[in-house]
Design a protein around this ligand. Structure first.
Ligand SMILES: Nc1ncnc2c1ncn2[C@@H]1O[C@H](COP(=O)(O)OP(=O)(O)OP(=O)(O)O)[C@@H](O)[C@H]1O
Ligand SMILES: [Mg+2]
Length: 209
């Protein structure tokens, strides 16, 4: 198992002068998972984006440590898989082309087998050559999962894990998270108490104002 840890110390976020959260501290190792809770507007999506390295914070520290060495900020992207309502897929490309594009952006060798297997896993293999704009919202949510795990990330960040998903889709997510949380870091932001089973512990952002 690869050793990875995430350390968040005294983290603070402001948008202009509005405080979103402060004094946030936690650390996670491989095979630990965390739920981020809090009411609408409490900062869950903001925190996920900061942990993913796509949004800056206003104070405190975030460090990723792999096998005892801190990972450079620019390289964090290689270790992270992100599923989020803010993730953009390409409407004018097919399902397969979208995954090929994500693989290319990540500098992965495009292995048709890998992409076909993923499409199979998310139940969209039959629709692989259809344009994304013809997909339902649940089908798009499934595609976000496929794009986030292409590179077998060490850290999986999921904002609103089950939004738009039917029972089968939820089952897929459950299995995926069970698999990942055995060996990796998994962080899930959610408003849905049912999703709390995805984590070992819960942080409620309403307590960090
Ligand atoms: N780019 C931005 N500029 C200014 N304020 C922002 C920006 N993004 C988010 N906010 C503010 O930050 C706060 C937290 O938003 P965020 O989307 O993180 O909440 P959330 O907990 O994910 O809510 P929800 O449960 O509705 O998804 C809100 O007050 C929001 O208006
Ligand atoms: Mg949100």
């Amino acid at each position: 198992m690869i050793k990875i840890s995430l350390e968040v110390q005294n983290l603070k976020k402001l948008f202009s002068r509005r405080l979103i959260f402060k004094e946030l501290d936690f650390s996670l190792n491989q095979s630990q998972s965390l739920i981020i809770a809090g009411k609408n507007g409490s900062g869950k999506s903001t925190l996920i984006k900061i942990i993913a390295g796509v949004l800056s914070h206003s104070g405190g520290n975030i460090r990723y440590i792999k096998e005892g060495k801190e990972i450079d900020k620019e390289k964090i992207f290689n270790f992270i898989g992100l599923v989020s309502p803010y993730l953009i897929l390409y409407d004018e490309f097919t399902a397969k082309e979208n995954l090929e594009l994500f693989a290319r952006i990540r500098g992965l060798k495009i292995e048709t087998d890998l992409i076909d297997n993923l499409l199979n896993e998310i139940g969209l293999y039959d629709r692989r050559n259809d344009l994304l704009r013809t997909f339902s919202s649940g089908m798009k949510q499934r595609m976000k999962y496929a794009s986030s795990i292409l590179h077998n990330p060490l850290v999986l960040l999921i904002d609103e894990p089950t939004s738009n998903l039917d029972l089968l889709g939820k089952e897929f997510v459950q299995n995926l998270i069970q698999r990942y949380r055995k060996e990796k870091i998994v962080i899930v932001a959610t408003n849905d108490r049912e999703d709390y089973s995805f984590g070992d512990s819960v942080i409620n952002l309403d307590d960090y104002k």
